[in-house]
Write a protein that binds this ligand. Structure first.
Ligand SMILES: N[C@@H](CCC(=O)N[C@@H](CS)C(=O)NCC(=O)O)C(=O)O
Length: 207
């Protein structure tokens, strides 16, 4: 399999971490949505990353859809999100906070860093940042209650992956505005623990 996109993208990284955790064989083609648009469009007319090219040439897009595919291939016992039942609903709800934090951080980052000077809508960016902090706060509170245990159940799962990825992305792109030092101590500790593991260490964005 081939994972298209750079690990700077939290959506690409959550797929990359999961591919490693589930021990799938894959390569990464680190295309940028800013400078490699045509090459990304050749994989997906939507022009977004991640895309996952399967061995038969099928291209899957969207991190949630890709992760669901991988979980089903991995099977019930190894899936990072439970495949059925109330535990699945609980995990999906928590994931919406983690992915939502990524989306709102991306929106604020684009607003602040990509727009021409004078065209930055500060109120909008601030609102996105507050929403991202709100979602990270939910994850931090839950991690506080769980101590060093996984966010849900007994097994490290997609909620843990995506919470760490969301936190790391906020620290990477808008540290002072979204995740200032000390604001989310339990996520920070979870990130430190996770980033010692090869699936996270191997997908860190070095710029
Ligand atoms: N819902 C998508 C979001 C993917 C996404 O927004 N990717 C960004 C990179 S961080 C992208 O491709 N942006 C370019 C664009 O949307 O044109 C997912 O979970 O995969």
């Amino acid at each position: 399999m081939k994972l298209i996109g750079r690990y700077m993208s939290p959506f690409v990284r959550r797929v990359g971490v999961s591919l490693h955790l589930l021990e799938f064989d894959f390569t990464n083609e680190p295309l940028s949505v800013l400078t490699d648009r045509d090459r990304i469009l050749a994989y997906s007319p939507l022009g977004r990353v991640p895309a996952l090219v399967l061995d038969d040439g099928t291209v899957l897009i969207d991190s949630n859809a890709i992760l669901d595919y991988l979980d089903h291939r991995a099977g019930e016992d190894r899936a990072l999100v439970p495949l059925h039942g109330p535990a699945r609903a609980e995990a999906m709800n928590l994931l919406a906070f983690a992915v939502g934090a990524c989306e709102k951080t991306v929106a604020a980052y684009y607003e602040r860093e990509r727009r021409p000077n004078g065209l930055v809508w500060d109120d909008w960016a601030s609102q996105c940042e507050a929403q991202a902090r709100g979602a990270l706060g939910v994850l931090d509170d839950l991690q506080a209650a769980r101590g060093e245990k996984p966010l849900l159940g007994e097994r490290f799962g997609q909620a843990d992956v995506s919470a760490v990825v969301a936190y790391d992305f906020a620290r990477l792109t808008l540290p002072e505005r979204v995740a200032p030092a000390g604001a989310f101590p339990h996520l920070a500790a979870a990130s430190e623990r996770a980033n010692r593991l090869p699936p996270f260490a191997r997908t860190q964005w070095k710029g």
